[in-house]
Structures are given as structure tokens and as C-alpha cells.
Write a protein that binds this ligand. Structure first.
Ligand SMILES: [Ca+2]
Ligand SMILES: [Ca+2]
Ligand SMILES: [Ca+2]
Ligand SMILES: [Ca+2]
Length: 438
């Protein structure tokens, strides 16, 4: 029976991993699925570790945001023969076999499991790519920038994601496998942290005590737009789905309530003026076309083909909330972005949670350190015959490395936030079988 349930789950995860983005983010699906599927995660609020998290109605609140992307690789497109596979990837075996974007097989992690129907089954993987030197969404820092437009002091920056969860009474651990992130020479000395927050986490992604909702924009003309530090907001929790396609074009603009033209022309002109003479023309042109740095790009596109972008790089702008539901392009999701992750009609702003800190450096990746309790050696080669290890993490939810705001009961564990910080170069983490467990 257990095997059948697992098999069904694998089939479901496989569907999730391959383009079924029509699931409503609050359907009562087992949380095991939710934690692995990219559509359930949202850009996060600023964690308490960063001083600016206390600032209300202040753009400084976002000054340390770097670019982060969380995604399931669409293996139907990149790893199976099909018409949509970009031509340069079809002829690039090295790229298709790359550990950072290849398929992961169940037997790599669970060798004791039988291969069903003679076909090795793949297992869904949540990939988290963090680029600490690149400006993240809603970061209007015009001071600490390099001439090429990148951010100074990358190790002080952060990137985060969050979602609402429903923890069960008998669940006591967060568990997952992580592919070793130290595979190439250039990142052998990598160091940084991945932190998990479990408890009450603020839904106020752009902190102003107002709930931004893409849907509320332009739905009811009688509701007036509120001007916030961050853009425009129409507070109305009663609308749930995009309807009219013409309205959608104006609604699907991100948490700032502003399309690119408004971001540039009026709202953030102080920011663009302040930064214009500090960065190169190329960097400025790019920033001016999207001052909030919140634009979405699907993982396919002629522009990406021309640049022959790697699979990983094709997901770089996949988590931008501005334009991720357009009808006339290829959307990530049909569901609007809003600062109400659990759909309870309230903006939760309390920050009270357990924090679990994992050190991402080679010296700390050993059994009995860092919540690691198992290591497996995979047989799967990349193009050069190199193999990788997978580390199993088992984190007791009542044994945090630190606590913020006071103790949290299990029924207050309504949100999970995951963020990366302390890195001076980019990192890609591959998490498999991420779940809450007994
Ligand atoms: Ca807000
Ligand atoms: Ca926007
Ligand atoms: Ca934008
Ligand atoms: Ca959107």
C-alpha cells in the first residue's frame, strides 16, 4: 500500500515537474508536493536577520535583496526528444548531462526501491539559484553598485522564498536530500548559509502594512488606488481569479502594482536618476526598462536561443511576478501574486519563528554536522564521467539553531521561509524529496 501511495505521489510530482502549472496554490494537496513544486513558493519578506526588516514604508527594506530563482526543470523540454528543445541544447550533450540541471532518479537516493516497469523513475527536484551580486526584485539601492551594474558586498545580501503550510500533528521533521553544491573547482571553497524559518512569517513582502494584490487592481473601478512607498495598492481580498484578458495585462504587474512604464516614468525616477551616472550605459538601459527588477521571462524564447543560454540561466527570471500570468506569452501560473499566501483574507505581519541554519561549505558537509544524517554516492555520470554525492538532512522542528520573536507552537507553524545569504558568488542548490515528516 505504501508503495502504491509513493508511486502515485511520484507520478503526481512528475506531472508537477513537467508543466502542469494549472494547480491552484491553495488546493488541499499533501504538503510533500507543495514544498517541492515551484508554483507554491513566493518571493519572501525580509528576514529578521537583516536590520532593515524593521523599517516600515522605507525602500531600504529591500536594499539587500539579490536575485533568487526557484524552479522545477521542465525535463520534457530539456531532456526528452521533442520539437521544443532549443536547437543548441539538442546538440550539446554536456549541457543535457550537467549535474546542475539533469534529471534525478529515485534509485540514486533510494537504491533499495525497485525499478517499476523497467523504467528508472525520476524524482522531482526543487532548484534554488541565488545570484548575490545581481539586483533582486524591489531593490532600489543606488549607492552600493559597481560600474557594470552589479551589487557591491554580495555576502551581505540575501534572497528568499516563502509559502504557507499546514503542518500535521504527527510531523516533527523537515527532511530533504541536497545534491552536493561543491562540484566544480570554482566553487570548492564556497561558503554561505541556507536558513529555514518555520512559524509566523510576515506576508508583507513590500513592507507597508498594506496587502498588495494584483487582482484587486482594475477589478472594481470604484475602489480607489492607495499610494504606497512601493507603488499602487487596491485592498480587496474578495477577488480570487483573473477573468478578463484585457484587465489581466494591467493587473499582472507584480507586487508594486506598477507596469514597467509606470515604474520608470513616475514612481522610481528618483532612483533611476540617482543611479544613472554610476553605472555603464548598458547596465542603465537594462535597469531603466524594469526599475523594480521584477520582470518575468519564461524559460524558452528566441532571445534565449540566440544567446544559447544554459538550462540553469533560462530560469533566472522565472520568479519575476511582473508578467508571469500574461495570456499572450507563456505564463508560469494563472494565479495572481498577492501578499496573502494562505488565502485567509488577512495580511499577516507577525515575525515569530524557529530558524534552522545550514552552513553551505564543504567542511560542514559531514554526517552529524549541519543536520546531516546520511550520504549517498550516485552512479550517474556527467559528460566528463564525474559523479556527485547527495546529502540527507533531517531537521527536528523543535530544535532550532535560533528563535526570533518568542516560542512558536506547532499550530502556529503556518509559514515556511527559506533564504540564502553570506555567499560571495552564485550558488545553485538542488533539493529533492523536501518534506515534513514523522
Ligand atoms: Ca505590502
Ligand atoms: Ca512591477
Ligand atoms: Ca517590472
Ligand atoms: Ca504576476
Amino acid at each position: 500500500m505504501k508503495y502504491i501511495i509513493e508511486l502515485l505521489l511520484v507520478i503526481f510530482l512528475f506531472a508537477c515537474d513537467n508543466g502542469n502549472k494549472g494547480i491552484k496554490p491553495n488546493d488541499p494537496i499533501d504538503v510533500t508536493t507543495q514544498l517541492v513544486a515551484d508554483v507554491y513558493w513566493s518571493l519572501s519578506s525580509t528576514p529578521a536577520r537583516f536590520e532593515e526588516s524593521n523599517l516600515l514604508n522605507d525602500l531600504t527594506y529591500g536594499f539587500n535583496r539579490s536575485k533568487i530563482s526557484f524552479y522545477n526543470v521542465e525535463h520534457h523540454v530539456f531532456h526528452q526528444e521533442n520539437a521544443t528543445m532549443p536547437a543548441h541544447i539538442a546538440v550539446d550533450e554536456e549541457q543535457r548531462m550537467h549535474h546542475l540541471s539533469r534529471e534525478i532518479y529515485e534509485q540514486e537516493l533510494y537504491p533499495e526501491r525497485e525499478v517499476a516497469y523497467g523504467q528508472p523513475s525520476t524524482i522531482a527536484c526543487l532548484n534554488i539559484a541565488f545570484y548575490p551580486s545581481e539586483r533582486g526584485p524591489y531593490n532600489y539601492d543606488s549607492h552600493n553598485v559597481n560600474f557594470n551594474g552589479t551589487l557591491k558586498q554580495p555576502e551581505q545580501r540575501w534572497g528568499g522564498m516563502m509559502q504557507s503550510i499546514k503542518i500535521k500533528e504527527n510531523e516533527r521533521f523537515i527532511e530533504f536530500w541536497m545534491m552536493e553544491p561543491f562540484t566544480s573547482n570554482e566553487n570548492a571553497s564556497m561558503s554561505g548559509k541556507m536558513c529555514i524559518n518555520l512559524g509566523l512569517v510576515s506576508e508583507d513582502i513590500l513592507k507597508d502594512n498594506l496587502a498588495s494584490s494584483e487582482l484587486a487592481l482594475y477589478v472594481e473601478p470604484n475602489l480607489s488606488k492607495v499610494l504606497s512607498t512601493w507603488g499602487y495598492i487596491v485592498q480587496n481580498f474578495n477577488v480570487s481569479q483573473f477573468d478578463d484578458s484585457n484587465k489581466r495585462m494591467k493587473q499582472d504587474v507584480g507586487f508594486d502594482g506598477l507596469g514597467n512604464a509606470e515604474e520608470e516614468a513616475s514612481f522610481f525616477s528618483d532612483f533611476t536618476n540617482a543611479i544613472e551616472n554610476k553605472i555603464s550605459n548598458d547596465a542603465f538601459d537594462k535597469l531603466k526598462s524594469d526599475p523594480s527588477s521584477d520582470n518575468y521571462h519564461y524559460f524558452l524564447g528566441n532571445d534565449y536561443d540566440q544567446k544559447e543560454l544554459s538550462i540553469v540561466d533560462r530560469y533566472k527570471d522565472y520568479c519575476g511576478p511582473d508578467g508571469n500570468s500574461f495570456l499572450y506569452t507563456t505564463p508560469k501560473s494563472n494565479f495572481p501574486d498577492k501578499e496573502d499566501l494562505n488565502d485567509d483574507g488577512q495580511l499577516s505581519t507577525e515575525e515569530r519563528y524557529n530558524e534552522f541554519e545550514i552552513n553551505i561549505n564543504a567542511q560542514q558537509f559531514e554526517i552529524d554536522k549541519n543536520y546531516i544524517d546520511d550520504i549517498v554516492y550516485s552512479d550517474v555520470d556527467d559528460f566528463y564521467g564525474r559523479k556527485v554525492k547527495f546529502y540527507h538532512f533531517r531537521i527536528p522542528i523543535d530544535q532550532p539553531s535560533s528563535n526570533v520573536g518568542g516560542s512558536v507552537s506547532k499550530n502556529e507553524m503556518k509559514f515556511i521561509r527559506l533564504y540564502l545569504t553570506g555567499f560571495n558568488s552564485s550558488v545553485i542548490l538542488r533539493l529533492v524529496d523536501l518534506k515534513l515528516s514523522e
